[in-house]
Write a protein that binds this ligand. Structure first.
Ligand SMILES: [Zn+2]
Length: 424
């Protein structure tokens, strides 16, 4: 064996497990494996997990905060306007450099797979070219999946459908959309039909920004589910945001959830962004705006949490830490039950891995030896502490390490120094 990791806890609740690795894949998982390895790692009862996965991100905009100016109001609409001001000034090289810097942050946080939307409304497709280059450069250590995203509306913006098809022909993986941003509800529904038919024809996955609105009558998720079902796209379609569902009438939602389930459509909530951008037209009481995560899960619909933005026109914070995303999702959705908290951990690991269709993901024999060892005993503690990533492994090789979170106190009136692991 090349590597054996001893005495780890797994996210499914197993304790004291050894994981053996050979030629970049997991060869065996079990208690006290009787084998020798070139490298032995003592997990010491910490949580060993498959990597974090971000199902929803915008890598063409990331780390552009302050270019050409900051979002003074902090609103979604000023963010979209600001992105429009920035686009003509983007250079390919600067975009690649910012994306690569973000990927470094991601790897350090154990985030090894990202689905990023890329805006295709610019006829030059400069961001598409740049992110395809980034995808090639990071492939040895990070899976980057790209979505052709018509930010200004596939029907509303000139050439957007042509550009979207050009982007797919260049190698972009997934068909995107933004029906609530089209000029009318009818055009929004039409955009969903056109894009889903195109995806079905091309054998592609679909991931739309869908109903990122507080308008309870924004019901494009209904159309997305209908078209997915009609075209047989089960398991290949995701609805991102779905924030209008927060404001919908309960009776209507009781009809909607089974339709989403029937169509095999997954949901992607973006807790950090939804809680900051939605409810802005409200006085009080003020809506939270995140979609109905526990209710979607109870209906058998997979729900992932995405980061969406880090230091860009829409959001001035963020660090690539999917535990911060899970932490916010848990709070906003009030998912404080024991199973619900563990589900929040799955929403940034196994669930988005399935939505992206990642091959060989997991902690089981035959899976890629892509692993993260956390400074925490279990998924709930990992979320509580936003635990340090003791090590991050890709194909059996350590690619990032961080020290445990540790404090040494020297307090007046206390004769001895106090040493402890933070929060544990
Ligand atoms: Zn987004």
């Amino acid at each position: 064996m090349d590597v054996v990791i001893r005495n780890a806890n797994l996210a499914d609740g197993q304790h004291g497990v050894d994981v053996a690795i050979e030629q970049g894949r997991i060869a065996a998982v079990g208690p006290r494996l009787p084998l020798q390895a070139a490298q032995e790692i003592d997990a010491a009862g910490d949580l060993l997990t498959a990597p974090f996965v971000d199902a929803h991100f915008h890598m063409d905009a990331t780390l552009s905060y302050g270019l050409p100016r900051v979002n003074a109001s902090g609103t979604l609409l000023e963010g979209i306007a600001l992105w429009g001001e920035l686009k003509p000034h983007l250079t390919q090289q600067a975009l690649i450099e910012r994306a690569l810097q973000y990927c470094d942050w991601a790897v350090a946080r154990g985030l090894l797979a990202i689905r990023s939307h890329v805006d295709i409304c610019d006829d030059r497709l400069l961001a598409v070219e740049a992110l395809l280059e980034v995808k090639r450069l990071v492939a040895p250590y990070l899976d980057l999946q790209l979505v052709a995203f018509p930010q200004d509306g596939v029907l509303r913006a000139p050439n957007a459908l042509i550009n979207l098809k050009r982007a797919i022909a260049m190698g972009v993986d997934v068909v995107g959309g933004i029906p609530h941003f089209e000029r009318t509800m009818a055009e929004g529904a039409e955009s969903v039909r056109i894009l889903c038919e195109y995806a079905a024809d091309q054998g592609l996955m679909v991931d739309m920004h869908c109903d990122e609105s507080d308008d309870p009558l924004s019901r494009h998720i209904e159309t997305l589910a209908y078209q997915s079902n009609r075209l047989g796209l089960h398991g290949r379609v995701a609805g991102s945001h779905l924030t209008s569902m927060h404001s919908m009438d309960n009776y209507y939602v009781s009809k909607l959830l089974p339709l989403i389930r029937e169509a095999g459509v997954a949901a992607i909530a973006n807790p950090l962004i939804n809680i900051t951008l939605q409810g802005r037209h409200d006085s009080y009481p003020k809506r939270r705006g995140m979609t109905r995560v526990p209710e979607l899960l109870a209906a058998g619909i997979p729900v992932a949490f995405g980061h969406d933005c880090v230091m860009d026109p829409w959001y001035s914070l963020g660090s690539g830490d999917m535990l911060e995303v899970a932490h916010m999702g848990l709070h906003v959705a009030q998912m404080t039950g024991q199973d619900a908290m563990r589900e929040c951990f799955r929403a940034v690991t196994a669930t988005p891995a399935a939505i992206l269709g990642l091959e060989g993901y997991g902690v089981a024999p035959g899976c890629h030896a892509d692993l993260v060892l956390l400074d925490a005993a279990d998924p709930v503690e990992a979320i509580r502490l936003r635990a340090a990533r003791r090590l991050v492994m890709r194909r059996g090789k350590i690619i990032a390490e961080s020290p445990r979170a540790h404090a040494r106190l020297d307090l007046p009136g206390r004769p001895e120094h106090v040493n402890f692991r933070l929060g544990r």
